[in-house]
Design a protein around this ligand. Structure first.
Ligand code: HEM
Length: 382
């Protein structure tokens, strides 16, 4: 376990070729073995480029009005209801993931079918891996198979109708190398599912924590609100794209987002495996041993972040020391979805038309949320 910034950089960046990503087999089976997380080298870089191009700031800019509509619908659905912020945010990030992958042309029926099966997989992901029928894991395996079939049907339809869009699925379907080789259906569906999975819980958890941090500190919330109002008054609200451009001019909100990412550190660590004997500062990491860079420990070290347990966005007035702020990882496997995740965070914190700040961030007519404590990682406490 590596808890220093320097050691994490050694594994993830400078000697990345000596450490391959290695996840528990039960998880690999559920996501799909062709998903880019599990690969290194040529195949990884082809898939990664395709994912990156669909998640580039340019591509996201095009989708901002749709992302905005999804976020507004989620916030409206809170109106007067008692529900869990996390679950509402999961719905939202799922819908945004679907948008990035399939564009706007997925029928409601298909979307619901994907959603139903996706949430069965989600439920089984962290459960005990067994093939005993009726258990969460074996249900998840079945649902994952059904998802693969649904994705194959969608791919077939797109090929037949020759409908190519500017979404991630089309990027995968259109890709071929100079020998004319294409990605197989399995490769595409494992990566589609992988991106959907990577995009969902992560974004939903960080947003939930951010809502809690803002709720706990009304002064902070007022400052965020004041910054947004100043920018909108100065520039006018304009189109959603314009509003998005304005987010770049909101340093205070940016800092709140960074501090939420640091404090929550929802990806607490990642997995790698040494492909050869590796020596680090006199220690031997034997071939085949697992290596875990611990992002949370780095983010919560007082050496890098003084008074680390305090939520204090002002610490981001100056840039953190190199390689100490890694909410999106580092190196060749770092998160290609980071811009999208930040946009979703902005959408929630900055939906000035939907949220009343009085002084708490409440959807119109009141917000009732459930929060869960770190001690109860498995359960949800109100
Ligand atoms: C706040 C939200 C998010 C956080 C904190 C987060 C964090 C991370 C981290 C730490 C990694 C690196 C894992 C490693 O090195 O093993 C990663 C990888 C990845 N993330 Fe995210 N992520 C978020 C949102 C998203 C979104 C919205 C998407 C896609 C739409 C996404 C897609 C991916 C993919 C595809 C990878 C694998 C990249 C590769 O292996 O080359 N993530 N993410």
């Amino acid at each position: 376990m590596l808890a220093s910034a320097e050691a994490a950089r050694f594994v993830l960046v400078s000697k990345a070729q000596l450490f391959k990503p290695k996840y528990p087999r039960s998880k690999e089976r559920l996501i799909g073995p062709w998903a880019l997380f599990f690969h290194q080298g040529g195949y990884h870089s082809i898939v990664r480029k395709l994912v990156q191009s669909s998640l580039s700031p340019e591509s996201i800019r095009r989708l901002v009005p749709d992302i905005d509509a999804v976020a507004s619908a989620t916030l409206r659905s809170w109106d007067g209801h008692m529900l869990s912020t996390f679950h509402a945010m999961k719905e939202m990030s799922f819908d945004v993931g679907i948008l990035i992958i399939f564009g706007e042309h997925l029928s409601k029926q298909r979307k619901n079918e994907i959603k139903r099966n996706y949430f069965i997989v989600d439920k089984g992901y962290n459960s005990f891996a067994t093939s005993i029928p009726g258990t969460a894991y074996s249900n998840a395996i079945k649902a994952r198979k059904r998802l693969g079939e649904i994705l194959s049907e969608i791919m077939e339809e797109r090929r037949e109708n020759k409908t190519m869009e500017k979404d991630l699925l089309s990027c995968f379907l259109e890709w071929k190398n100079d020998k004319g080789e294409r990605l197989s259906d399995n490769q595409i569906s494992d990566n589609i599912f992988g991106v959907l999975y990577a995009a969902q819980d992560t974004t939903a958890s960080v947003i939930t924590w951010m809502v809690k941090y803002l709720h706990d500190d009304p002064k902070l919330l007022d400052a965020v609100k004041a910054e947004q109002m100043t920018i909108y008054k100065r520039n006018g609200c304009g189109s959603q794209q314009l509003q998005w451009a304005h987010t770049r001019k909101m340093p205070f909100t940016q800092r709140v987002i960074s501090e939420s990412l640091r404090m929550a550190s929802i990806i607490s660590f990642t997995y790698r495996e040494a492909v050869a004997d590796v020596e680090y500062k006199g220690y031997l990491i034997p071939k085949g041993w697992k290596v875990m860079p611990l992002f949370r420990n780095i983010h919560h070290s007082s050496e890098y972040f003084p008074d680390p347990h305090k939520f204090d966005p002002s610490r981001f007035k100056s840039s953190p020391k190199p390689n100490t702020f890694l909410p999106f990882g580092n190196g060749v496997h770092s998160c290609p979805g980071n811009e999208l995740a930040k946009i979703e965070m902005f959408e929630v914190v900055g939906s000035h038309s939907e949220v009343e700040y009085s002084p708490f961030p409440i959807p119109k007519h009141g917000l009732q949320v459930r929060l869960w404590s770190t001690e109860q990682a498995d359960g949800i406490a109100e």
